[in-house]
Design a protein around this ligand. Structure first.
Ligand SMILES: [Zn+2]
Length: 285
């Protein structure tokens, strides 16, 4: 709760449920205080469409490992803020880990093998190519296979629309993905379409734009009139009209564009969150 308030988030008591995950065998309960309202923990809740139940630590953790999180893992990718050698090793391991997570997400078992030259003393991956990073044939083949399956899958299609090219994404020279950006890239976030899908909102439509327009990541990023100013600033930075098909390419090509999208994502999610808190819950009269 302290962390949430430090990043500008808060909980709506009437929409909050809690489940206590503990290693003790006896069933325990906990009470959370939110703005003077108490929320009692339950035996089971639904979280982002999945069922989480008080059945000991493994069950709780296992249940939480859902599709949403796996898409998020795929999106987050390698953190490149380290020295060159470590970065090579880290990036490589991250790509392998990402491929495995994506394999789970897409519902198939994907064999990703580790290979390549590893410096015994430093443990760092050693580039063997002339004047540049080594191309590990096994890893390259794995990424090609992963790409083919990413293209053929029927899951994560919004993310695929934004990030069609796995290699370009995982090898990007800059850019970490935070809490706000992940919501846009996955489509799993504080959007009415997503909240409504899991019974947390009474409607999936944008409350401002005329007509029955679904409020999803696409609408917020590229169309919603509430965010015209922020979108214009993004387009000035990009120097072109932005769309789902060019946004990530522009971000990967230029760090300043990455940062501009990050800041747009943070401010819009905060505003959507405030709007969501101000609405009555789906069960309200
Ligand atoms: Zn709108």
């Amino acid at each position: 709760m302290r962390w949430m308030s430090s990043v500008g988030l808060s909980l709506a008591a009437q929409k909050t449920e809690a489940v206590l995950i503990s290693s003790r065998k006896i069933v325990e309960t906990a009470t959370i205080l939110i703005d003077g309202n108490t929320v009692q923990s339950k035996r089971a809740i639904r979280y982002l469409g999945d069922h989480a139940e008080h059945e000991g630590p493994q069950a709780g953790v296992q249940e939480a490992a859902n599709d949403s999180q796996q898409v998020d893992h795929f999106i987050r990718g390698p953190d490149l803020g380290t020295s060159h050698e470590r970065r090579q090793l880290y990036k490589r391991n991250q790509i392998i880990a990402l491929a495995k997570r994506a394999a789970n997400l897409l519902g198939f078992s994907h064999s990703i093998r580790r290979s390549g030259t590893c410096d015994r003393r430093s443990g760092a991956y050693r580039p063997t190519g002339k004047g540049g990073a080594a191309r590990d044939p096994t890893l390259e083949a794995s990424i090609d296979l992963w790409q083919a399956r990413w293209d053929a899958s029927d899951k994560g299609r919004w993310t695929h629309r934004l990030i069609p090219n796995i290699r370009k994404w995982t090898e990007r020279p800059h850019g970490t993905v935070n809490f706000y950006l992940t919501q846009f890239l996955s489509g799993h976030g504080c959007f009415r379409q997503y909240l409504h899908r899991f019974g947390h909102d009474s409607s999936q439509c944008c409350p401002i734009c005329p007509g029955e327009i679904v409020e999803d990541a696409l609408h917020i990023l590229f169309a919603c009139s509430r965010f015209d100013n922020g979108r214009r600033a993004l387009e000035r930075e990009a120097n072109v009209e932005i769309c789902a098909e060019n946004l990530v390419d522009l971000m990967v090509a230029r760090k300043s564009m990455w940062e501009a999208v990050n800041s747009f994502a943070a401010s819009t999610i905060r505003e959507l969150r405030l709007a969501e808190r101000g609405r009555p819950g789906p069960g309200a009269a």
